[in-house]
Design a protein around this ligand. Structure first.
Ligand SMILES: *Cc1c(COP(=O)(O)O)cnc(C)c1O
Length: 358
């Protein structure tokens, strides 16, 4: 069976050796030595000014919205994983959708200003599939209207834009280290923020607001990651360049051999060093997509409809119609992509798709 992704599992003895350290110290959470070591390694690898690692990739979005959203309207993309929208609603803010750019699949920056009202507090946009939003245009709009910018960069581990980590853009960026993501800690995530004061607030907010054992800076929640998760991260970390290189080979194979007369790739924004996190293809219509999916399923190959449905159509989101996002969502399929996907299997996937669409 070939799934859309396959969790990278490091050799178990390497994981056990790291976990041993937690046993020796009898210390399982509350920012132990493994969490601090992983944070330090990631900070250097990603070349970011600040990082706080957390228990998943959703809590950092919620903490950021809790602090910056002020229960107002949040301009957001309808083409993302549901966590982007659900976090807004969960934090008692209102999602206001802006349609996407057909080629990049990121929020269409030219449509943002028309959606701003006196209640707008933030823009929460996703660097979808690791592809950067139009960061400069969004920054300019945010400055003009005094809005905060939060990037859901769940897919963007290791991506650089204009020579700088993608996580260094916006007021706050977040990442997910879920088992299905490029780099993982089984469950985990991170928040990135350049502003010292805001970073401090994000930090204490993820630890109940604590200022030492007996005092509190303010209100908070529990966003802490455990030593066991950090051990997984430390065990996966040395394999990152191998993981990315093997994914690159699969993507290049798709790019070389898929029949692009009948399907469309997304475009990576110029000046981006991409991370090969997902390989979405857009078919001419949903009927073709369903036909391709069925043929692949018959050969035990299971791509995924990322992202479907368009998030504006989720009942609790109360969204307006978003024609481009809805059209793309109904026609996009993410093809299997992971380290260790063999050339033979990739060719099999390609030939089934090319036959189904001809
Ligand atoms: C995976 C994902 C999240 C949530 O991350 P978790 O670690 O699963 O909580 C948020 N946004 C996007 C775009 C994602 O793909």
């Amino acid at each position: 069976m070939i799934n859309v992704t396959k969790t990278f599992l490091p050799p178990i003895d390497e994981y056990q050796n790291l976990v041993q350290r937690a046993w020796k110290k009898e210390w399982l959470t509350n920012r132990g030595e493994l969490v601090l070591e992983l944070e330090h390694k990631l900070k250097e690898y990603l070349n970011v000014s600040n990082i706080i690692i957390m228990n998943n990739g959703t809590i950092p979005i919620q903490i950021a919205l809790n602090i910056l959203g002020e229960k107002g309207e949040i301009i957001t993309t309808p083409f993302s994983y549901v966590a982007t929208t659900s976090s807004i609603v969960w934090e008692h803010c209102t999602p206001v959708f802006v349609d996407i750019n057909e080629d990049y699949l990121t929020i269409d920056e030219t449509k943002i200003e028309a959606a701003i009202t006196s209640k707008t507090t933030c823009i929460l946009a996703t660097h979808v599939f690791g592809n950067p939003c139009n960061i400069e245009a969004i920054q300019e709009i945010a400055m003009k209207h005094n809005l905060k910018v939060i990037y859901d960069a769940a897919h963007s581990f290791g991506v650089t834009y204009k020579g700088k980590s993608i996580f260094d853009y916006g007021d706050v960026s977040t990442c997910s280290f879920h088992a299905t993501k490029l780099f993982h800690t089984a469950e985990g995530g991170a928040i990135f923020c350049n502003d010292i004061e805001l970073n401090h607030k994000l930090f204490y907010s993820h630890n109940f607001g604590h200022n030492g054992p007996l005092d509190f800076h303010g209100v908070g929640i529990n966003g802490k990651i455990s030593e066991l998760q950090a051990a997984m991260g430390l065990a996966v970390f040395p394999y990152m360049s191998k993981i990315i290189n093997e994914r690159k080979e699969v993507v290049e194979n798709y790019q070389l051999n898929l029949d692009f007369l009948k399907l469309k790739e997304f475009q990576i924004r110029p000046e981006t060093q991409w991370n090969y996190s997902y390989y979405p293809v857009v078919f001419e219509d949903e009927t073709t997509l369903l036909k391709v999916q069925k043929s692949l399923n018959e050969s035990e190959i299971f791509p995924r409809r990322y992202f479907y449905p368009s998030l504006n159509t989720i009942p609790y989101a109360n969204g307006n119609s978003m024609p481009i996002s809805e059209r793309i969502a109904s026609r996009v399929l993410c093809l299997p992509l992971y380290a260790g996907l063999s050339k033979e299997d990739t060719h099999k996937i390609i030939s089934i798709i090319n036959q189904s669409i001809c």
